[in-house]
Every structure is written in structure tokens, then in C-alpha cells.
Design a protein around this ligand. Structure first.
Ligand SMILES: C[S@@+](CC[C@H](N)C(=O)[O-])C[C@H]1O[C@@H](n2cnc3c(N)ncnc32)[C@H](O)[C@@H]1O
Length: 416
């Protein structure tokens, strides 16, 4: 926890709820505990007032959202452990509720549940988007089971420029768990929004996140069919088996040691075996209408929302025919040199002017620049496909609490 609790005097005008709002947002986004920023007044008041200590509990562990969509158990434990340590360090008189809440957490058993958790993102309107995510940044041979900084950055850009996206057809590439698209649909009312990805488990959780957050006033994860429950159980189990084995980082670049996509649903470990065509999109037919090619689903509760199984390395012509975006969005898709040519080829196809409307599509791609060579190779490839780009101003709007120590850039790309 970053701010020092020492040397601070108690501010008699404190409004704990106001002060704690920011802490609540950071806790639910699962900002690493050591990086949580405390307002100075909070820290001071914590030491001097047991009421404020209780408010901290109510703003985090005992918050209604935490009861339904909790951050992972290990995160909650570490948060409480750090809080208790800090209070002890400054000789604060700690209220009983803090010890009780910490003891409760220590009693809970760590089961598969800790492989998937909920992260909740609070928008400036106060609306909350709760996503089911993996606790590991890279798991199951994909980076798509977590929300990355670039997605949060791109989402802020969209919110800041929402008029541009209203009533437009938007396609997102490599959507991952759906934060950018869900917020865009919430805030911008696009004509259509097509989420896409290639990884079966990512697509499955993305669909669950869309169902929970779009067309509901508060996020609500439906119980789901027996098949859905089996798939979730399987995802949890595979995540716990593979937690450490799927990725290596060389420098800051993720090198994926990936099982094939079909392996994801193939693993035969028990009676939960799920028979499915690995090429199909796994959607709950109660909520989604699948088209004939099995790669494109329309959300029944809002037909403007779609999901496509779009693999840049294995393009389906019939799917490409359906996609006529005005805007393409993508976050953190430029990290693997081996798939970059396919990604650029897909961009080149999608950015062709629309012959019916004369509209010239534009792509906005947000990337965390972990490695300048990777970024430069991407720019060279864009040029070789006849695409032009500019680096645009970062959004001024700061809504989420992501790490900005590594620069994030948004490229605007078009065919002319
Ligand atoms: C680093 S994640 C970013 C996810 C999300 N955009 C975010 O920023 O949180 C990269 C995403 O690209 C997807 N991806 C990787 N290779 C792909 C391919 N060949 N075709 C389509 N999507 C791919 C992954 O499944 C993953 O969801």
C-alpha cells in the first residue's frame, strides 16, 4: 500500500464513503496490493479511528459486490494481511472486525475457485462491469483469460470519444474477456458490435461476461445450463492443473507454450468430458443464435451484439463476408511475431473501403509497448500491406487503475 500512514493528522471533515470510493475500485480491479494508492487522509484516519477501519471493511471485503463477485481468495487474504501489518506497524488499535474478517478468510479452503475470480470495473457513471477472469495472466496457452492494460486504455479512449462510435458497426479483434466491447455497448450504443477471438475458452467466458453485463442493470451471471456448468468446471480444473506450465516470459515478451486450441476441450480427465467440434463456437443456445457456418452468434436479447470465432491464421471466407465494420478495435494483440503477418493480412482485408457505402473503415489498435522491435516490425508490416497509421493522443480520461509504467500506444490505421 503506497502511501505512508505516518506523520498524518486526522482530518475532521472526512467523508469516509467519498475517500474510500477509489480504494473500492482498486480492490475490485484487483490492483496488486503493494500498488494500491491510499489517499493520505484515509491512511491517517485508519490509524486513529476504528470507525474508519470498519468503513474500509465495508468498502472492500464486506461490500455487497464482494459477496457476489469476489476478487480471488488469495488476493483478499493478501489485502487483509497487508492492512493488519500496516496497522500494527503504526501501533493502531485495531478493531475486532478486522481480525475476524481476516480469520474468516484464513479458514476458507483454497479450491479450484481460486483459478477463476471476478474483477469488477467501475465506470464514471458508477455502473459496474463484473468479469469472470483467470487469476493468471497467461493460462491455457492463451493470454485471453485476463483483461490487459491496453484494453483498459482503449476503453478509456472509446469512452472519451463516444460520439464517434455511436450508430457504427464495430468489430473487435482478439477481444479476450470483453471489457472494451461491453463498455462500448453500454456507453456508445453502436449499430452493431462484434466481439471476436479464436480461443474456445476465451470465447466461452467472453459470452458469459456479455450475458452477465449487457441488458442487465446490474451484472448478473446466469446459472447456465448443465453443459455450461460442466465447461466452467473443466476450465477451473484445467486452469489449476496448468497454472504454471503454459507461459514463459522472455524479457517482457510472452512466449506462449500453447496446447492446441482443440486440446482445451479434449482433455479426458473424468465424467465431465464435453463432446464438441473444436471448430465451433461454444455458445448457450438459450441466449445466442448461431449462424449456419457455426462461427458467428447473435445475442438474442440484443441482436446488435454478436460474437465471431475469428482466427487470423485460418480465415473463413463466409465469416469475412459478414463482417463489414466501420471501426475495428483491438487491444494487446501485437506481441507475437509469428502471428503478426496474419493479423496484418486480416486488417488489410477488413480495412478495404466498403463498396456499398463508400465508407473507409478505421482501426484503433492499443498496444503495451513491451518491446520496441516487436512494435517496429508491426509498423513495417502495416506499410508493406499499404496501410497507413498515426499514433494518436492518449485519452485524458483516467477511469481504471492499471499499470502505466510500460507505455501504451494507440495506433489509428486505415487504407489511405
Ligand atoms: C493479450 S490478449 C488481449 C485480450 C484483450 N484484448 C485484452 O487486452 O484484455 C490477446 C488476445 O488475442 C487473441 N488471439 C491470439 N492469437 C489469435 C489469432 N490467431 N486469432 C484471433 N485471436 C487471437 C487471444 O486469444 C487473446 O484473447
Amino acid at each position: 500500500m503506497a502511501a505512508s500512514m505516518k506523520e498524518m493528522s486526522c482530518d475532521s471533515d472526512l467523508r469516509p464513503e467519498e475517500l474510500l470510493k477509489d480504494l473500492t475500485s482498486q480492490f475490485f480491479e484487483m490492483v496488486p496490493v503493494r500498488k494500491i494508492k491510499w489517499k493520505e487522509e484515509q491512511a491517517s484516519a485508519l490509524v486513529t479511528s476504528q470507525d474508519i477501519q470498519r468503513s474500509v471493511l465495508r468498502a472492500t471485503l464486506q461490500h455487497p459486490v464482494c459477496l457476489i463477485y469476489p476478487p480471488s481468495l488469495s488476493y483478499r487474504r493478501y489485502f487483509m494481511k497487508t492492512l493488519v501489518h500496516k496497522l500494527e506497524e503504526y501501533h493502531a488499535e485495531i478493531c475486532d472486525e478486522i481480525y475476524e474478517a481476516f480469520a474468516d478468510l484464513l479458514e476458507q479452503t483454497e479450491e479450484e475457485d481460486d483459478t477463476l475470480c471476478y474483477k469488477t470495473y467501475t465506470l464514471p457513471t458508477g455502473d459496474q462491469i463484473s468479469l469472470q477472469e483467470s487469476v493468471n495472466l497467461v493460462s491455457q496457452g492463451t493470454t485471453g483469460l485476463s483483461t490487459w492494460q491496453a484494453a483498459q486504455h482503449l476503453t478509456e479512449f472509446v469512452m472519451e470519444n463516444k460520439a464517434s462510435f455511436q450508430n457504427r458497426n464495430i468489430l473487435e479483434l482478439g477481444s479476450g474477456l470483453g471489457l472494451t466491447g461491453i463498455v462500448t455497448c453500454h456507453r456508445c450504443k453502436p449499430q452493431t458490435y462484434t466481439f471476436s477471438d479464436c480461443h474456445p475458452q476465451v470465447l466461452f467466458l467472453m459470452a458469459k461476461n456479455i450475458e452477465a453485463n449487457l441488458t442487465q442493470s446490474v451484472p448478473k451471471f446466469q446459472q447456465g445450463s448443465d453443459r455450461d456448468k460442466k465447461i466452467i468446471r473443466k476450465i477451473r480444473r484445467q486452469l489449476s492443473l496448468n497454472a504454471e506450465s503454459c507461459a514463459e516470459f522472455v524479457g517482457d515478451e510472452a512466449i506462449l507454450v500453447s496446447p492446441t486450441q482443440s486440446q482445451v476441450f479434449d482433455a479426458k480427465c473424468d465424467g465431465d468430458e464435453i463432446q464438441s467440434d473444436p471448430n465451433d463456437l461454444e455458445l448457450n443456445m438459450k441466449y445466442w443464435k448461431l449462424d449456419k457456418c457455426g462461427l458467428y452468434g447473435t445475442y438474442k436479447k440484443d441482436e446488435n451484439v454478436r460474437i465471431a470465432k475469428l482466427d487470423w491464421e485460418n480465415i473463413s471466407d463466409s465469416l469475412m463476408e459478414k463482417l463489414k465494420p466501420d471501426f475495428i478495435l483491438a487491444a494487446d494483440v501485437v506481441y507475437d511475431a509469428s502471428i503478426m503477418p496474419s493479423l496484418v493480412a486480416v486488417l488489410q482485408m477488413l480495412l478495404k473501403p466498403n463498396v456499398d457505402t463508400g465508407q473507409v473503415p478505421v482501426a484503433y489498435i492499443a498496444s503495451t509497448v513491451r518491446n520496441e522491435d516487436t512494435r517496429d516490425n508491426f509498423l513495417i508490416l502495416l506499410g508493406s500491406e499499404g496501410l497507413v497509421y498515426t499514433i494518436i493522443e492518449p485519452p485524458k480520461l483516467s477511469v481504471f487503475h492499471y499499470d502505466q509504467s510500460v507505455p501504451i500506444e494507440i495506433l489509428k490505421i486505415s487504407a489511405q
